[in-house]
Design a protein around this ligand. Structure first.
Ligand code: SF4
Length: 210
């Protein structure tokens, strides 16, 4: 549920059928089911990629092993993670985009970013920290880093964080996607768990204080 000021926008999002009825290219292969947590009070926002099959079925974001790992990184449990008054969740594709020929998730639908994201983030000016998860969210929230790879972007987390703190609006902290697909990346970059995750937990705990 969105807070009152966001209600009209949240309602329009919940009824969105752009990718089904007027798509760019092939239509969404199923009925749209936008999955987001919009909030006028949350100071923390998780900006992810798009729902997968399990989230499409559940209608709740990160109800999968990726979510378990993300909550571990954040140092919070389900009760806090799903408290929309404290945590907003806005993936780059609000609906499950479907599967490719190899059974992998398709990229987030570009219609979503073009239709909704500027309005959604403009309607949540209270956000203090946006966790920018994966390359699609990084391309939107950190456009000045266009062309940089995951290791370069996440490896520069300190400067990205401090530079964004000097500007108006929320601070940005880039993260890899918590999917098992990044297990090799995580093994090769132990600084992520050793240095970034403790700072992430510290900031999240501070933001989530009443
Ligand atoms: S993915 Fe986004 S633009 Fe496409 S139908 Fe869902 S909410 Fe609408």
């Amino acid at each position: 549920m969105a807070s009152p000021g966001l209600a009209p926008l949240a309602r329009r999002v919940s009824l969105c059928r752009v990718c089904f009825e007027t798509p760019r290219g092939r239509p969404l292969p199923h009925e749209p089911r936008p999955v987001a947590r919009l909030s006028e009070t949350a100071r923390l926002c998780i900006a992810g990629q798009a729902p997968g099959t399990r989230v499409h079925a559940s209608g709740a974001p990160f109800t999968d092993p990726s979510g378990d790992r993300l909550r571990h990184w954040l140092g919070i449990g389900d009760d806090v993670f799903y408290d929309v008054s404290r945590v907003a969740i806005v993936p780059m594709g609000l609906c499950f985009p479907g599967l490719d020929a190899k059974g992998g998730d398709l990229p987030p639908r570009p219609e979503c970013r073009a239709t909704w994201h500027d309005s959604l983030f403009a309607a949540m000016p209270q956000l203090k920290l946006v966790l920018v998860i994966g390359r699609y969210a990084q391309a939107y929230h950190l456009p000045h880093l266009k062309g940089a790879g995951l290791t370069e972007i996440v490896g520069n987390w300190r400067s990205i964080l401090s530079e964004s703190e000097e500007r108006a609006g929320p601070a940005y902290l880039p993260l890899p996607h918590p999917s098992w697909r990044n297990n090799t990346w995580l093994r090769r970059n132990p600084w992520f768990e050793d240095e970034l995750v403790p700072e992430l937990r510290r900031r999240v705990a501070q933001l989530l204080q009443p």
